[in-house]
Design a protein around this ligand. Structure first.
Ligand code: THU
Length: 137
């Protein structure tokens, strides 16, 4: 069972924000649009979408874009990441995004969902066990 550390109101705002930002994804190659919303410890919401490039390897994922937005806003105390994909079953963050999210808070909650609300709740440290982090150095 997930220990939800955000209010029901923050959760609904974050889901809506992730759904909305997904529509701004720049994904002409994969056509796979992803929206992410991070909630900080004060309920602030920081969003990101995937941004692809004709040089495919330069693509940036939605979750890492959201981490950049939160960091630029001065917030690294992320308690929840909401990821929205337009798939029948919710897709979970790629390995690179798990690693980058983990540096904010390895114990954050992760809600993977879809426009039809196929919800899958996780804890990041279940998605990325034995993470390499600041204490590994
Ligand atoms: N993508 C994300 O934005 N987040 C993930 O966690 C997995 C993949 C994006 C990258 C690319 O633009 C598209 O989804 C297909 O891989």
């Amino acid at each position: 069972m997930i220990n939800l550390r955000v209010s029901a109101e923050s959760l609904e705002h974050a889901i809506e924000a992730a759904m909305n930002v997904r529509t701004n994804a720049y994904a002409p190659y994969s056509k796979f649009r992803v929206g992410a919303a991070l909630v900080d410890a004060d309920g602030g919401i920081h969003v990101g979408c995937n941004v692809e490039n004709a040089s495919y390897g330069l693509t940036n994922c939605a979750e890492r874009a959201a981490v950049a937005a939160a960091t630029a806003a001065g917030r690294r105390d992320i308690v929840l990441c909401v990821v929205v994909t337009d798939t029948p079953v919710a897709a979970s963050p790629c390995g690179a995004c798990r690693q980058v999210l983990s540096e904010c808070n390895p114990a954050m909650d992760v809600l993977c969902t879809t426009p039809g609300r196929s919800d899958a709740w996780h804890r990041l440290d279940d998605l990325l066990p034995y993470a390499f982090g600041p204490d590994s150095l």
